[in-house]
Structures are given as C-alpha cells and as structure tokens.
Design a protein around this ligand. Structure first.
Ligand SMILES: C[S@@+](CC[C@H](N)C(=O)[O-])C[C@H]1O[C@@H](n2cnc3c(N)ncnc32)[C@H](O)[C@@H]1O
Length: 271
C-alpha cells in the first residue's frame, strides 16, 4: 500500500474517511492539481492519475521518487538528525552553489528537512530560502525505504506537472474526477488573503479557482473541493453541494483553543 512520503501542512490525512465517502461512485481519471503531501492520492492509488503543484522543490521530490528511487534512498542515508548538520543542510539554498546540486540531492535535502524541521513545516523567506528551525525529534524516520519504493510504483502510472492549477485544464475530460485542496481562505476577517501564503493565493485567485470549477462542471467532469468554513466560501460556491466536516486545527494556527474547526467540502454531484 502506498502512503505519503512528505508531511504537509493542511495535509488531508485526518479527513480521509469523509473524502473517500464522498468520491463520485464512478469516474475515469483522477486529477489533483494542489497535490501537497497527496494524502488522498496515495490512499486511492489511481492508475493514470495527474498530479500538480506550484512548489517546484516538492514536485522535484515526486519526479525523483518516480525516476530514481534507489539513488534517492542511498543519498538519504547520509543525513544525520543533529542540530549543526541540520543548519548546514538548511543553508545550502543560501549559496550560489545550490543550483549545482543534482535533482536527487535536492530531493534528498527536501525530504531530510521535512522529516527533521520544526513541526515538519515548509516555509521560505522572500528570497525563497528555507527558514524553519531544527525540530529536535528523537528518532525521525529520514529514510523510509518502503514508502519511497511503493510511491515510486504508483508514480510510474502518474503524470507529474509543476505550476498553476490550470495546468490540468486541457487534460481533463468528461467523466474525470478532480480533487482540489487549495491554500484556504483565511478564517479571521482581520488576516489578509495575501499574508496567508507566500504563493500569494489571494481573493482574486479564489475567484479564479471558482471559475475553474465552473469550467469543470460545464464539461461534465466531477469536482470536489476543500476549503475553510467561511462566509466567503459559502457564498462563492452556493450553487453547488456544500458539506461541513470537522478537522483539527492546522499546525500553524495560533492554538489557544485546541478544539476542532469546521471545514467545507464542495462538490458538483449528488452521490
Ligand atoms: C492545502 S495544500 C494541499 C494539501 C494536500 N491535499 C495534502 O494532503 O497534503 C495546498 C497546496 O497548493 C499549492 N499551491 C499554491 N498555489 C498554487 C497554485 N496557484 N497552483 C497550484 N498549486 C498551488 C501549495 O504549494 C500547496 O502544496
């Protein structure tokens, strides 16, 4: 069985049951244009699926897992879960030599940082330099050989794209299914859209995404979309079926109350 190889903020592992219950009963190809850690993708293990993300380093990991799993595993074995070593590896993207690393070395660095950084966070500064502190985990699983080999098998049957979610537009046909898990609309009215993510997924982008969903609907494709439970989202998707589900708070939320929060799942089909 395949499983995610990267921990990702906003990962959908905790909502898997609800997502699986709400898939269309039958569909042709599977598409996931905001793949992140790919919790649903790895659970479904589709044949002939298409995945995409804006994050080049993340997509490089999937490409390397697909094409060079054994070399990647070998390279991962060199890493150490030690503070000084961590900061040395973290600093690589601050040096002009960074572009000289091979794609395998870049993927290995990304996985290492993901397993040992504080809370498994991915965060870069304005210059695109990784800036999460050391996580001080006792025994992180840096080389998950089995997960990489299983993922590699699945990725052999998958098309991997890198860029904006509309990348998949030309490929989606009637009867296909698209699961969309974008950066969420911020919960609080005081936090601005643009501050929410360095990719700048602002209000305009959320509208463009809605138009994309309308396009999918118009050609007879199925779509399901996750987002936050906010008036903005409820209004935007009011002509579709909207379900409310409960999720744990995101890792990077200021946690005064630890409890659950509502999220929505929007779909353009009944069952
Ligand atoms: C909420 S996360 C997806 C989480 C994923 N479902 C999981 O289970 O781990 C959102 C993803 O959207 C990506 N992203 C941001 N802007 C994008 C865009 N314009 N087009 C495609 N992907 C984008 C981010 O890099 C991030 O990986």
């Amino acid at each position: 069985m395949a499983r995610p190889i990267i921990k990702w903020v906003g990962g959908k592992r905790q909502l898997l049951e609800e997502l699986l219950e709400n898939l269309p009963k039958k569909y042709n190809r599977y598409f996931e244009p905001f793949i992140g850690g790919g919790a649903l993708f790895f659970e479904i293990e589709p044949t002939g699926g298409v995945i995409n993300d804006f994050n080049e380093e993340l997509i490089n990991v999937y490409q390397v897992v697909k094409d060079h799993p054994y070399e990647l595993i070998e390279d991962l074995k060199k890493h150490k879960n030690e503070r000084d070593y961590y900061y040395q590896i973290r600093a690589l993207d601050r040096s002009p030599e960074f572009h000289k690393l091979s794609n395998i070395q870049k993927a290995s660095r990304f996985i290492y940082l993901n397993k040992t950084a504080y809370n498994g966070l991915y965060r870069v500064n304005k210059k695109g330099q990784f800036n999460v502190p050391f996580g001080r985990y006792k025994n992180p699983c840096i080389v998950d050989e089995e997960a990489i080999l299983q993922a590699s098998k699945l990725l052999q049957k998958t098309t991997i794209l890198c860029g904006d979610f509309e990348n998949i537009k030309e490929l989606v046909k009637p009867g296909d299914f698209v699961y969309l898990d974008p950066p969420y609309v911020p919960l609080s009215a005081t936090s601005s859209f643009t501050a929410y993510t360095h990719q700048g997924f602002d209000e305009k982008m959320q509208h463009r995404l809605k138009q994309f969903c309308d396009y999918l609907d118009s050609i007879g494709a199925y779509f399901m979309l996750s987002n936050s439970y906010t008036k903005f989202v409820l209004d935007l998707y009011k002509e579709y079926t909207i379900l409310t589900v409960q999720a744990n708070r995101a890792l990077n939320c200021k946690a005064d109350g630890r409890g659950k929060i509502n999220e929505v799942m929007v779909k353009n089909y009944k069952e």
